[in-house]
Every structure is written in C-alpha cells, then in structure tokens.
Unconditional design. Structure first.
Lengths: 312, 198
C-alpha cells in the first residue's frame, strides 16, 4: 500500500503534490490516471490518503480529496482515507458533507463522527453537479444563503450580490457542457486574517471530465499546431472565450465570471491537465500561467471573492 | 381617426412575464432564469405565442420578477429571439422589448447583445426606455429622437439630429427592429407602441 501523508494545510497550493502520485510512471508501481495527456493506466497498489496531520482544509482541499479518490478508482486503484486527528477539521469536513460523498470512493479508516450539523460559514456544502437541474438547485440554495453575507459581511452593493448566482450557474454549466462528466461545487466564507486581513468567499468547482484540452481539441488544435496542449487550451478558453461550439453566443460564461470576480478584486484560477491559468490580483502571488504540473483529469476551478477593503 | 393614428402601424403588443412562463413551460419551480435548457424552453414558449398572433406584434419580455439571469439563459432566450426575428427570413413580423430590467439584468442583456452586434429596446427600472446592446452614437441619437417624439416624420428627423447620415441610421434601426416604420417613412417609437397598453 502506498501511504500519502497530507500536508497540514489542505488547499489549492497543496493540490499538485496531492495528485502527483497518480501521474507517476507505471514502472514505479503507480499507474497514471487515464485521460488526455496521460499514459496507459496500469493498476498499482492501494493508496492511503493519510489526513491525520491536516490542521486546516478549505472547500478546494475537500473537493481535491474527492477528485483524487474518483481518479484513483478510475485508474483501477483502491483508495483509502484516514480522517484528520483534529476534531475541528473532521467536524468541518462533516459540515461540508464530505464524508457523505467520500463513502462512494474511499475505504474510510478511522472515526468521522455522525451528523452533518450546518453552520453559517458554509454557503454551499459539497454538492454534486450532473445535470441542469442540479445547477438550478445550486443557484437556489446559494441565493437563499448568500444574500445577507455578501452585502453585510463583504460589503458588496446589492446589484453585485445579485450576480453572485450567475457565477455559480456558469461554473456549474461548465461542468455539464464541457467536462461531459459529473463534478462537485462547494463554497464557504472565511476570515483570511494572515493572507489578506479580510473576509473572503471561496468557491471551488471540480470535475473529472475531458478537461479544456479535450473539449477544444477537435475544433481548435489544428490552429495551434505544435503549441497545442493544456496551457494553450486554457489560454484559448480563459483569455479569448474559445469554445467547441460554433454558436456565436457561446464562450461568454468564463469571460463574465472573470469580469465579475475582477470587479471585486478577486482571483480566479483554472487547472486542467498539466496547466493552471489565473487572474491574479495584487494581493495574490501565484504566476498567471503554470505548465508542466502533474497530470490530473478534468478541470479544477478556484474563485476567491474578498470583502471590500472598507468592510469591518 | 386622427392623422397620427392613421399612420400608426398595426402592431399588437402582448405582455410576456418571463418568470411566470418559466414556471409554466419548463414545469419546474425555478424562479431564476439560469441554464441553456431553461432559455430554450422560454424561447419556444415565446415563439409559440408569436405564432398564435396573426400579424405584427410586440413581444414584451418582462423581467420584473426575475432575480438571477445568467448569460447562458439570456443568450438562449433574448439574443436568439432577436437574431432570428431580425433576419430577412424571420418567421413572423414580431418586435421585442424588455421591461422591468434591473441593473444586474441590464449588464447581462447588454453583454449577450453586444457580443453579436444586436440591440434591444428596454424599459430600465428607474431610468425609462433605453436602447441596449450594440449601437453607434448616431444610432443612439436617432433612436432617442424617435423615442422622445413618439412618432416622427423623416423630415422632422433631419431637424432633430443634425447629421446627414441620420436617415441612413434610421434605416438601420428599422432593420434591427428597434424602431417601427410607418406609412410614408414615418418612424414610431417601439416603447410607445408597446407599453401604454400593458
């Protein structure tokens, strides 16, 4: 069995190291996951995600675990999960509904407690998105819970708070129409004291579908010749609104998300395949484009919306 | 009949409450206009109503009760209706106007219309009638002149818009179905035709 100890902070920054074992060469005894850019899958030994040392996890981190488990199973690997030793972290994962979803993909090794007590900081617990009905349910739920938080805690003007649902709608539709596979979405408010000194809303969205490269390859790869790859596909969709559909009205969703997020000095990043592209505000320090990352199928989106600076 | 009414085109306005319709035709309880399938269902319902109207009509798309309007749904409903009914081979002589448009609706509508170089007359909440989407400065000026007058003869347009290309711009607005042509080249405000009878 291959034991993968998880870091103390399980967030977007930990994702590449988390999924790296899944893209290791088969010769090392770990079959890579299947998908565009991945080699032939060869089942390897069981994988144990050891979360005993995890002290903090955000929605992106929680979805990363689920995505890892599904990808491992798709590659013919058995996935096991040891819950965090911290009762607070386990409680948080329970509130997010993590264990309800984790039971489908992980063998759980340890106590995870019972119940799914909700708290006001969870705007949307982990929610599977498989069809357009799910998109409506996500928008309804987020609208019910977020209105007061966005206006009072984050200081957004009412018209901007009203457009919050649009972000969810478009990112969830991205899963259905482009990933061609199910995915998940989760969101929560935080106080980022050290990193930003302000409250934020974090939205995490992940799927294990064909990814941006796979979605665009048939229609657009030829135009890029030797430059085609995950980074080129992400740039085309993220920067230029390129889509595989010929309908002139398509390709607006991501552009509008970027514009709305940019208006509140927020950050958007999309990882797909072996690349990650981001709109980087002044307060963030990640590069706008990263290539050569460990391969992982589908796409992983992280959106951070900070409170206005004058909001207490 | 007054000369003014005599020259008013025979346009049948009807009111279309989007939020009511989405509940009816999509057969769900969704109050938010999101996703492409929802937009497609809405568009089909609106087209069905247009087909049932014999002759020219104005379909008023009412956003008053709509809370969340996403780009996908707006594109599937509004942009595709405008594009189809502005085409030479339009299935019926229909006009479209939006009402109850709040700032967050307006931004979404402007985005989907501008992307395809289209325009739509809208009653914007607290502001009044506006031309949304893509239009040149001259087209805006001509549209405003017609809107303020309610109905305008071609000769009067030249007095109100001091630009030799005003007539050409007016022709473009007629072609884009945001101004209604009358007898003898007279121009009619779409909002005046549609809204008083709502």
């Amino acid at each position: 069995m291959r034991v993968i100890p998880l870091p103390a902070n399980l967030d977007e920054a930990a994702f590449d190291a988390l999924v790296a074992p899944l893209s290791e060469p088969a010769a090392a005894g770990s079959g890579p996951v299947s998908g565009v850019g991945a080699a032939e899958a060869v089942p390897g030994p069981p994988l144990l995600l050891d979360a005993a040392g995890v002290r903090w996890v955000d929605p992106y981190g929680a979805l990363s675990l689920l995505a890892f488990g599904h990808a491992a199973r798709a590659a013919g690997r058995t996935a096991r999960f040891r819950p965090p030793a911290s009762a607070d972290v386990t409680s948080y994962l329970r509130r997010m509904g993590f264990f309800r979803h984790a039971g489908d993909v992980f063998e759980l090794h340890g106590e995870v407690g019972r119940g799914e007590d909700t708290q006001s900081d969870v705007l949307l617990e982990i929610t599977a998105v498989a069809d357009h009905g799910d998109v409506h349910r996500v928008v309804d739920r987020v609208y019910e819970r977020s209105g007061a938080i966005l206006s009072t805690q984050l200081g957004y003007p009412p018209e901007l708070a009203m457009q919050f649902g649009t972000i969810f709608s478009e990112v969830c539709q991205n899963i259905i129409e482009h990933a061609q596979a199910p995915g998940w979405v989760a969101t929560q408010t935080y106080h980022w004291r050290k990193r930003l000194g302000r409250k934020v809303v974090m939205i995490a969205v992940m799927d294990l579908g064909v990814g941006f490269r796979g979605s665009l390859e048939g229609e657009h790869a030829a135009q890029y010749a030797g430059r085609w790859g995950d980074a080129a596909a992400l740039e085309a969709a993220f920067m230029h609104g390129v889509t595989r559909f010929r309908d002139p009205g398509r390709g607006q969703g991501l552009q509008q998300i970027r514009r709305l997020v940019g208006r509140v000095d927020g950050r958007v990043s999309i990882r797909s395949g072996t690349a990650r592209i981001s709109d980087v505000p002044d307060w963030a320090d990640n590069p706008p484009l990263e290539e050569g990352l460990p391969y992982f199928p589908g796409s992983q989106i992280c959106i951070v919306l900070p409170a206005r600076e004058d909001t207490p | 009949m007054s000369p003014h009414l005599e020259h008013t085109p025979q346009v049948v306005p009807f009111h279309f409450d989007l939020s009511d319709h989405v509940r009816r035709s999509v057969a769900t309880l969704y109050s938010h206009l999101v996703t492409r399938p929802t937009g497609q269902a809405l568009r089909m319902g609106i087209e069905s109503q247009i087909r049932a109207t014999d002759g020219p009509c104005v379909s008023v798309l009412d956003f008053t009760e709509v809370v969340v309007l996403d780009y996908s749904c707006a594109d599937e409903t509004v942009a595709k209706l405008v594009r189809r009914y502005c085409a030479e081979d339009r299935p019926a002589p229909a006009y479209f106007m939006a009402r109850g448009v709040a700032p967050h609706h307006r931004e979404t509508l402007e985005t989907v219309l501008i992307r395809q170089g289209m325009a739509l007359v809208a009653e914007v909440m607290g502001v009044g009638a506006r031309l949304l989407g893509y239009a040149s400065e001259l087209e805006h000026a001509v549209w405003r002149a017609v809107e303020e007058a309610g109905s305008l003869a071609a000769a009067d347009l030249d007095e109100r818009v001091a630009d030799p290309r005003a007539g050409l711009a007016a022709g473009g607005l007629v072609g884009r179905r945001v101004v209604v042509p009358g007898v003898g080249g007279r121009l009619h405000s779409l909002s005046r035709l549609a809204l008083p009878r709502l």
